[in-house]
Design a binder for this molecule. Structure first.
Ligand SMILES: C[S@@+](CC[C@H](N)C(=O)[O-])C[C@H]1O[C@@H](n2cnc3c(N)ncnc32)[C@H](O)[C@@H]1O
Length: 385
């Protein structure tokens, strides 16, 4: 059967689940079902009134999944959405990037752990979590059993992904700090999302100009939040709203004061997989042609197999489904074992690839020693020749 994206009314009333975890498991199974995966848009859940459904309601209510006790109410809500989408003729504003919010939620979750236990620390991440996710977050922090069962579900679906994502943040942080110590003058963060390095790495504030480059829909939300947290936008940060796919990044950076004779670090965290290979090439080409000696690039990436659908790992398929649910798709990956050639051909040297196993050796000790990491996520950094 072939079909496009669809909305769903789920009415499991009369089919009691033993507990919230069992119900959630059934839902996850449905979302991952081979025929419906990545296709479900909005879901109206019609539930009978009970303590379990009320708990679930609070935990799982999102912009795209709502709960109703009454069938007509659920159906009216879906109809309204269809009407709005039709009226907008598919031209709805995309809104801020959901993935950026999820990643901030991961950082926030890690940051509440005790100092000796957490892998990364971002005290501002919590401010970038939307109301719905925040409610979910608060409930999880109050209910440790539910939190544990949801983390276990998450680990089953995406083994090691959470651990790798927080280790990745730590690696980027360490790399930025070391670069500042070695005389960095400019930091360009592409696809910044809710990255807060410019505000929490003190040394950056002294001598480094930071360019935050992001899609305008996300950047405007970020700027408002920064004003809320700090009272104003800091002087050392330049905000560059750009759609990297349709606009010329080089031109936009130059217009905003980027200096091609200064030592610069380009950071792309959680970005390359969401943009087409041609755009990745254009960005790398700009970096090589317009940066001073000793400038560098650091980015994370997935293997090509995750992008072209040949990845045999369950985690890979599940990740693909996850991003599709938020209208995103993986577009760029690098064939396993070829990252050095890939970057050397594009004019980079001193290429260092960092894998999940490297994260494990570097950061997972003591209580964290047996934590699983995800083999799909790697980081690479390199210097302009
Ligand atoms: C997954 S988020 C990562 C955010 C952040 N770097 C982090 O790791 O927390 C991807 C970011 O890339 C940005 N992005 C994706 N496509 C873009 C495009 N075409 N132009 C500009 N930014 C884009 C999104 O707005 C979002 O902020």
């Amino acid at each position: 059967m072939k079909y496009g994206r669809f909305n769903l009314i789920l009415d499991p009333r009369g089919h009691d689940f033993a507990d919230l975890a069992a119900h959630k498991m059934w839902k996850i199974w449905l979302m991952q079902d081979v025929q419906s995966k990545g296709k479900i848009n909005y879901t109206a859940n019609i539930v009978s009134d009970s303590p379990i459904t009320r708990e679930e309601w609070e935990l799982m209510n999102t912009e795209k999944t709502k709960f109703f006790f009454d069938f007509d109410e659920g159906s009216n809500w879906l109809q309204k959405i269809v009407d709005i989408e039709e009226n907008n003729n598919g031209l709805m504003r995309k809104g801020p990037n959901k993935m950026a919010e999820y990643i901030a939620a991961g950082r926030a979750m890690e940051s509440i752990k005790p100092e000796g236990e957490r892998i990364c620390y971002d005290p501002y991440a919590i401010h970038f979590i939307g109301k719905e996710s925040l409610r979910y977050f608060e409930l999880l922090s109050r209910n440790s059993e539910t939190a544990k069962s949801i983390m276990e579900h998450f680990e089953r679906l995406y083994p090691g992904v959470y651990n790798s994502s927080v280790a990745k943040v730590r690696y980027f942080d360490d790399f930025v700090r070391t670069s500042v110590d070695k005389g960095l003058e400019q930091l360009v963060i592409l696809g910044t999302g809710y990255d807060t390095r410019a505000y929490r790495i003190e040394k950056l504030k002294e001598n480094v100009k930071v360019y935050e480059v992001d899609h305008p829909d996300t950047q405007c939300v970020k700027m408002e939040k920064i004003k809320e947290i700090f009272g104003s936008l800091p002087d050392h940060v330049v905000y560059v709203p750009v759609d990297l796919v349709t606009e010329d990044i080089g031109q936009r950076l130059m217009q905003q004061g980027y200096n091609r004779s200064q030592k610069t670090l380009f950071v792309m965290e959680g970005l390359t997989c969401y943009i087409p290979p041609k755009v990745v090439d254009e960005i790398l080409s700009f970096i090589v042609k317009n940066s001073a000696r000793g400038s560098a690039v650091i980015f994370d990436y997935f293997p090509e197999s995750l992008v072209n659908g040949t990845c045999v790992l369950e985690a890979g398929k599940n990740l693909q489904n996850f991003v599709e649910q938020y209208n995103e798709s993986f577009q760029f990956g690098i064939k396993e074992g070829t990252v050095e050639t890939f970057l050397a051909q594009r004019g980079f040297s001193q290429i260092k690839n960092v894998t999940g196993e490297d994260f494990k050796r570097a950061y997972f000790h003591g209580k964290n020693e047996n934590m699983e990491v995800c083999g799909l996520l790697s980081i690479v950094h390199a210097v302009i020749k």
